[in-house]
Design a protein around this ligand. Structure first.
Ligand code: IMP
Ligand code: MG
Length: 178
């Protein structure tokens, strides 16, 4: 694939090991429960598919689609729900699964939205976190990797809808957006 200039930041095997650890942690934190795992499309789809298979609990899976970025590499802060989940989560343990927390606008939007639906509990799990870029105060309870302020692609993350199918998380070569 056209990936000659994107440098690997987190390799496939590092991702695999970490996803396994997060799955084990969620399994023990929710022991005896049946959490609803919400995949935020499309960025978290690959992470989500791997993560749910590392969780040894009767999970329910739901999908929500959000748009915020368009083709830019910067957050607009304007978040729109494109597709909602299909079930009522009142009284349920809800785990939102995201690809990355950057400015934090999307994560805050999602946490606020789900907290109005009376879940029994609500947590956010994100593969990646860029704490240096945070503009609003929001935390992820389960974070795969803290990364530096670089635009990354692969393992579900895109730049203008490209590179989602790379197996590693890579730093996007700046020549793509300059
Ligand atoms: P936030 O609202 O600024 O926190 O951005 C969250 C969303 O922006 C993520 O769900 C991603 O879709 C996208 N995003 C933020 N940083 C990156 C990146 O480095 N690569 C690819 N997508 C990103
Ligand atoms: Mg995106």
């Amino acid at each position: 694939m056209n990936n000659k200039t994107n440098k690997i930041l987190i390799s496939e095997s590092q991702i695999k090991a970490r996803v396994c650890e997060i799955g084990k942690r969620i399994t023990s934190d929710y022991l005896g429960g049946e959490p609803v795992m919400v995949c935020i499309l499309r960025g978290s789809s690959i992470f989500f598919a791997d993560l749910i298979r590392e969780i040894d609990l009767p999970v329910t899976i739901e999908f929500m689609s959000i748009s915020s970025y368009g083709k830019s590499s910067k957050s607009s802060g304007h978040i729109k729900m494109v597709k909602d989940i299909a079930i009522d989560v009142a009284g349920r343990d809800v785990i939102i699964v995201e690809d990355i927390i950057d400015s934090g606008y999307t994560a805050r939007y999602l946490k606020n939205l789900f907290s109005t639906r009376q879940p029994k509990s609500l947590t956010l799990c994100s593969l990646l976190d860029k704490p240096d870029r945070r503009e609003v105060d929001v935390v992820g309870e389960y974070i795969g990797f803290n990364i530096p302020d670089e635009f990354v692609v692969g393992y579900g993350l895109d730049y203008a809808e490209k590179f989602r199918n790379l197996k590693d998380v890579c730093i996007l070569d700046p020549s793509y957006y300059k």
